[in-house]
Write a new protein. Sequence first.
Length: 227
Amino acid sequence: MNRTLNKEMMSYYDTRAPEYDEIYIGKGPASIPDPDLYRKETEIISKVVQGYGQGHLIDIGCGSGYWLSHYGNNPLRIALLDHSEKMLSQCRKRVRSLRLEDRCYFIQGDFFEATLDENSFDSALIGFFISHLSLNLQRTFFSKLKRILKDNGQLMIIDSAWSSQRMRTRKKEGMQKRTLNDGRAYALYKRYFDKSDIESMFKRYRLRLKSCWTGDAFLVAQGEEPD
């Protein structure tokens, strides 16, 4: 991914911040024309997320903080990291509404450039972030993630699934057009994962995969950094 494309993607998410959560109720830039499917799969993942999180957690690409209402009371401390100030603004509102101010702090910036201490996090949640990374960036991402996680550190990946439903309107990997509610269009890189992709990913980066659920639109995988 070159700098120009990355800048356009960052601009897209910054502009999309006020309407970002619409995808979870079947609105927004949905590539599967079935709003009930998005709602049902969001509910399934929400139940999984409810049992997740421990110690010092980092939410990478936290966006609006949508999943906070499900895991926010589990960790003792939560780092909410996102490149977009507008996304973090939405996230701050959610933190206040959930009364989690004493647990949360915010980091605005690029994960790849952010200064994060090694062996400092007990758990990590990565939502819809890895699917925007080329293979080279994915390697760099997991290298850094493994450095900042403690031994036996937990990780959860929530992302976009590759399925027979999805392939009707999307390619598995490549550039795609995203249009906001006001008609503005952006180009960004996106890839989708099936269960075998997740299994290969965890094996490639020497992470222990504990569970993986894949739907037609979303997936959620849990694993850990071996000691």
